[in-house]
Design a protein around this ligand. Sequence first.
Ligand code: ATP
Ligand code: MG
Length: 713
Amino acid sequence: ASSSTLVKNSTNHNAIHQPVTQRSILLSSTNNYLSNPLVTRLCRATSTHSIWNETALPDKIKTLDEYKAIYALSIKDPNRFWKMAAECLDWYQFPTKIKNTEFDYRTSRGVDIKWYEDGIINVCYNCLDRHIHHDHSIAQQVALIFEPDTPTESRHHITYAELLRDVKKFANVLKKHGVKKGDRVTLYMPMVIEACVAMLACARIGAVHSVIFGGFSPNNIAERISGCDSTVIITTDFGVRGGKSSPLKTKIDQALALKQCSNVKTVLVFERNHGMTELKDDCSHLRKTLEWTDGRDFWVHKEMETVNDKCEPERMNAEDPLFILYTSGSTGTPKGIVHTTGGYLTYTSLTFKYSFDYNPGDVYMCTADIGWITGHSYVVYGPLANRATTVIFEGIPTYPDVSRYWNIIDKHEVNIFYTAPTAIRSLMQHDDAYVTKTNRQSLRILGSVGEPINPEAWKWYHSVVGDNRCPIIDTWWQTETGGIMISPIPNAWELEPGSATFPFFGIQTQLFDQTTKKPLKPPNHGELCIADSWPGQARSLYRNHERFVDVYFKTYPGYYFTGDGCEIKPNGYHWITGRVDDVLVISGHNIGTAEVEAALEEHTSVTEAAVVGYPDPKKNQGMYCFVTLKGNVKPSEELRKELIRSVRDSIGAHVYPDVIHFTSNLPKTRSGKIMRRILRKIVEPDTSNLGDTSTLNDPTIVEELIKNSPRTK
Ligand code: ATP
Ligand code: MG
């Protein structure tokens, strides 16, 4: 094939497939390459006949044996496995080099991660054009379903052809404003179709997007704009969430007035839902109040009229950066994570396909905001690369009432639904009738991500939302990992409430002892590391490779350190026990705070709990529990005693909550995670320096907690 035509790779490169033998790839005793006992156990033969033809990855993983067989290959021969995975994408030039990675900072090469390094590919092409090229009827398939904040506003569907047209036009607008391959572009957008258009347009021309969550304040925005040297900003005039409009463009104006943003030359402003004339809240009354800087600010809908809809995708090297994304800031100053092109798309595409068992025609919905990694990998790139139909939801789960998610599921007949434990916990405190009055028969799979899901929430999600019919796919991963790392595959094996079960293909988990820094053999509990590279992992921190190496590769030389604790049970199931900083050592016992929180949350009166330690001269640490109660429950001494008792009953007599602090709310990141590092400071108490609080959703709660804490009184 000539280099100018894009064809499915398997026909345009010299296939180096292994001969098609039907031999079993299950391990024999001569395979001694697996020193990791967990891997050995996962790979242990359970049948002697071949259960998988090794030449191409199957469409579905149906059984544990099939998973084990493929997992074994992915560990034994990552080059072969990840080559097959890359064949799911279309490349201008299929890579001849698959894996080239070094995790050990002590080597002369140092930490250096490259996948598919001589491959040439375009992410946008793979998410849009190729589906239509392969099958013209896909042009008419709905790519995105827009569900606006107010449910009575009209719905808006956009097909693959329409999305492609808009992306090409907007890519031309970017080009017109001088954006070139490699330039960084900052996006500050609500959950609207235009946000996907902007991301894909950047990917199409090889610009590196940096999406900032739409809730951030001008200071946070300015930091992130200057942090990646963007000169072009994309935003909308307004965002609407929970019935309230937020002036995004005005916040950009305020950020740009700060000195560090003096390099910004262009602000491209989408009208919220331009052309959707049926929208009740079209913000037109507010639009009049916008300030405008001529020569810098441009309306996108007007710019779109000045360009055509022809735009060839840029040929990108697999290791060219695709985007920069700042982490949530749960544990410290947010880090500007850099993801690259070929490996990232291969990984998000394959994990989406297997972890959500996506079937053509399924309607998929992920509630994550595009400002977070879940929004990148599992609202935009993973689903579109798999030609999925995705619901983009602008609003919040509690508006106009707490049935909102379930109503949306019915309205669009959603089959696969992916949300976060924080949303589940906030919805389950209300009457089940808000759920049960809806139909939800379309649902097939329910996903969870973001924090450990406590068994109580898991069971409610499973029984009340999923009518005991849908598997709960608890997916553990991080901004840094690019995609899902540990998760069940639907219906391939039994689930246990609260366990993310097994690692994805190619992911070798390894536990370490926090004190001795020695590897631990499962079953055990320790700090979770990953023994070898996978294509979706972050390559660096933007212009700060040193911090990248320090944070992830210095604690356990030769391993990627996740910062999370994990227990691997005798059956190989993985249980994430929270951040390693969240493990308490009390009178010689290691106690995972997630476990105590889960015990507290089992109580019918409790909505949410956050447990942290404080210094105690006798026991080393004392246990401090922040607890929020269901709407109608009043705090009382009796309830306090009951909670202490239930923790001891459920975990053991050695676990004694010293303080139960009832509060109306907890400090959370804007992505909805409890910020335990702030709680630790409060109870220490060391409130003079709370660290980076810029990513807090509601800073006033911190004052309230300090005021009411017996440790600061
Ligand atoms: P920062 O790195 O800035 O502190 P963050 O870690 O909260 O922020 P993310 O990358 O969005 O930012 O979150 C990844 C973390 O979320 C994981 O390290 C883990 O602690 C937690 N997490 C995500 N999914 C799960 C899950 N299914 N089970 C348990 N924990 C999870
Ligand atoms: Mg993190």
